[in-house]
Every structure is written in C-alpha cells, then in structure tokens.
Design a protein around this ligand. Structure first.
Ligand code: ZN
Length: 316
C-alpha cells in the first residue's frame, strides 16, 4: 500500500455563496501537509484548504475571485506607496535645489553690493569668496551631476530649440571662457547675466555705448530686458519702457526639474499683448524651472518665464 498522499482531481460542488473550489484534498486520505508540520526551514506549513472545511462544505480558504481581489488591492497599495515615495524624493531634490539657489542669490547680492551694482561675470566667480561650498553649484535633479548641459537635452520642443552652449560654466566644455573660475568644475545652473557672447542678442541697442562694436554679451541683453522690458510685457524701447519686475526676471535658472511639476502659464503662441499693454490669452499647464530672480528671491516658474501670469491677468 502506497504511503504517498493523493490529491483528488474531482471538484466538490459548493453550496455556499461561492461557486467552486479550485481544488480540494480528499478527506479520506492523508493531506500533503497537516497543520503543525514544518517545512525544510522549520516554518509551520498547512494545506491551502483545511481538511475539516472540505468535509463540512464551509469555506475557510480563498476562492479564485477572492485571491484576485486581494492581489488587485495589494497592487493598488503598492502603486500608492511608490507614488508617495517618488513624490517625496522629488520634493526633497527641489528643496535641496532651492537651498542652493538661496545661498547663490545671497552671494550675488553681496557681490553686487561690493562692485557698484555689477553682477559677477560667471557664477563660478562667486567661489570661494562669496560662496565657499562647491555643493551649492550642483542640483541633485541634474543627471549629469553638474558636468553636462545646463539646459537638458530632453526639454519640451517649444523651449528646446537652443541649448546655449556658450553659457556653460563647467568642465563639460573643451575650453572654458577666460573669465570662468576653473576651480568650480561642476555646475548645474544657467546664469542669465554671463559674460558670454550672446547667440541671440545681436541688436546693438543692447549696448550702453552705441560706439561699442564688440559682440553683445548675455548680461548686456538681459540688463536691457530688465530695464526696458520687451514685446511680451508691452515694452522694449527706451522711449516707451515697461521694466520687468526685479522679483520676476530670473538671473539664475535650474532647468533640471522640468519633469517634476507643472504650473499654469502662457506659451509664446497663446499670449496676447493688447494695445494698452495689458496681457491676455489661454493659460495651460507648463513644465517648471526653479529660479533666482534679480532681486534675490527664489521662485518656481514656467520654462518660458516671460509667460508667467501676473496677479489680475485674466484668462480668455
Ligand atoms: Zn535644481
């Protein structure tokens, strides 16, 4: 007589609220494992369906539907936990970046105060006298850790047309600008007021001295934009200036968070500047950048910062 446990292949008809068991151990033969038996690791093992349950027709185990519900609930819980953890890490990286930018903003203000209002030629010039911690130059959301593009290659199409390689202030370029500080090897941040030749600001009106025929620098074009405004705020000319707010116009930007959040803003195509200088248009969800404004405050805004709505602006 064989001592090998047997599994009955026939299914028992259920009379309870559930239609059937997936399988059941024949009550007349010894089950594969009884309660109290232990496996190889000493862990107590028991049958999936208790023997007495089968004898009585009551359901102490799980039906297939119940198992599927449990698996679905566990999957939903895991998804929720993963989302919470991911959001937490994202927020932590942004908080760390804002801390870097606050330190940098203070350093720029101090530098400006000691140089008759002039900004540093490059961010790296702040080290070490005005900003002595090299970690402040690197954003934790920057996948290249400060040794690559300062405008990521995967920016959305409407703002990814130009990477502005002339303003990179880290060791990823073959030869660095003569005024950059080579002791700052890694840098994640985009400095708008740099001493680089401006690839887009060719207009000589940006020059304070009309006789100056040298290439327009980034800082000259941005100083002009700050002072006189541009077509996106209804200004742009010295005889009809509409200056940008110093707490709005960015001086340093971090583009490495563009996939980490959205903010409502105009796009260049959705913005309408009316004859009286007021602005209107359709607002939509836009990717974000973290900025230091010229005045030193840190804020989150859209990638195209000129599209940030002001209080009171109405959506069409
Ligand atoms: Zn950042």
């Amino acid at each position: 007589m064989s001592k090998t446990p047997q599994i009955v292949s026939k299914r028992r008809r259920a009379t309870g609220p559930f239609a059937w068991h997936a399988s059941c151990i024949d009550p007349t033969v010894k089950p594969i494992f009884h309660r109290g038996e232990t496996g190889r690791l000493g862990i107590p093992r028991r049958t999936f369906f208790a023997q007495d349950s089968c004898q009585t027709g009551r359901h102490a185990g799980f039906t297939l539907v119940e198992m599927m519900v449990v698996v679905a609930i566990i999957s939903i819980l895991l998804t929720m936990i993963t989302t919470v953890v991911t959001d937490g890490r994202r927020q932590a990286r942004q908080t760390d970046c804002k801390s870097n930018l606050r330190q940098t903003g203070i350093a720029i203000l101090v530098y400006r105060g000691e140089h008759n209002g002039a900004n540093p030629p490059w961010l790296s010039n702040l080290y070490p006298e005005y900003l002595d911690d090299l970690r402040c130059f690197v954003c934790k959301s920057d996948r290249a850790r400060g040794l690559g593009l300062i405008r990521p290659a995967d920016l959305p199409p409407d703002v990814s047309g130009d990477k502005f390689p002339e303003v990179i202030d880290n060791d990823s370029v073959s030869s660095r600008h003569t005024l950059q500080n080579g002791n700052v090897r890694a840098n994640s941040y985009f400095y708008e007021f740099s001493a680089a030749d401006c690839s887009w600001g060719k207009d000589t009106k940006f020059k304070a001295d009309p006789q100056d025929e040298s290439p327009v620098k980034w800082w000259e074009a941005k100083e002009y934009q700050l002072r006189y405004g541009d077509k996106y705020n209804g200004g742009g000319e010295p005889d009809a200036p509409v200056p940008y707010s110093q707490s709005k116009l960015p001086i340093v930007r971090c583009y490495h968070h563009h996939r980490e959040g959205r903010i409502r803003a105009y796009t260049e195509n959705s913005l309408t500047v009316n004859a009286d200088g007021t602005r209107s248009g359709a607002l939509s969800q836009q990717h974000i950048a973290i900025n230091i404004a010229y005045a030193g405050n840190v804020y989150v805004g859209p990638l195209w910062w000129e599209g940030m709505p002001d209080p009171g602006e109405r959506e069409q």
